[in-house]
Design a protein around this ligand. Structure first.
Ligand SMILES: [Zn+2]
Length: 196
């Protein structure tokens, strides 16, 4: 959740930098090649994201993170070459074009995940509890109160780092097409990638 708040804050920083004339890299094709090679984006999703989303990266050599998705423009602006932020913002773009009529199912699955007791899904259950109940200590109200399906979706996408084996099975249908389900014995992509 802390990362999501940063995501929002980065938006304002981005606007400020843009007004001050910061120049974003015009093409991020090479970065997407690298990202799709390291993380299990579905082949159709790779094609769709390349064709429909304009991705810009300000400083590809840094991995500090932060970024924004501009819904009306199908545009993703990444502050750096951090994979976690890229997965998050690309998930926003993917879901924005597909969320109509699917919001309630996603939020219901998140409510169920907040009650999940299977230890194999502990990481996502913890994230889901924050989304559903908020984190009062951090002043985070959660996403359910406003039925914010878009941050829920993108938060889960980067929360599992594109590895939907970490999601309880009832959450996976929302991510179908975006990420492939890896075989049980495949190493976690976040561990084989050079950085997060
Ligand atoms: Zn976000």
């Amino acid at each position: 959740m802390r990362k999501l708040l940063h995501c929002t804050r980065a938006f304002f920083i981005d606007l400020w930098l843009t007004r001050r004339g910061a120049v974003a890299e015009p093409s991020a094709d090479g970065f997407l090649d690298e990202l799709f090679d390291l993380f299990p984006f579905g082949i159709q999703a790779q094609r769709w994201l390349r064709e429909h989303v304009r991705v810009e990266i300000k400083d590809r050599l840094s991995a500090q993170g932060g970024g924004f998705f501009f819904p009306g423009e199908n545009r993703v602006l990444l502050n750096t070459g951090q994979y976690e932020a890229a997965i998050h913002e690309l998930a926003h773009a993917w879901w924005d074009a597909r969320r109509a009529g699917r919001e309630a199912a996603l939020l219901a699955a998140v409510v169920q995940a907040a009650e999940e007791t299977d230890p194999s899904f502990a990481r996502i259950a913890r994230l889901a509890r924050g989304y559903v109940h908020g984190l009062p200590d951090e002043g985070f109200p959660g996403f359910l109160r406003d039925r914010n399906d878009w941050e829920t979706f993108a938060g889960l996408a980067s929360g599992c780092m594109a590895d939907i084996r970490l999601l309880p099975p009832y959450l996976r249908p929302s991510f179908e097409g975006l990420f492939d389900l890896l075989p049980p014995d495949a190493p976690p992509p976040e561990r084989t990638a050079p950085h997060r």
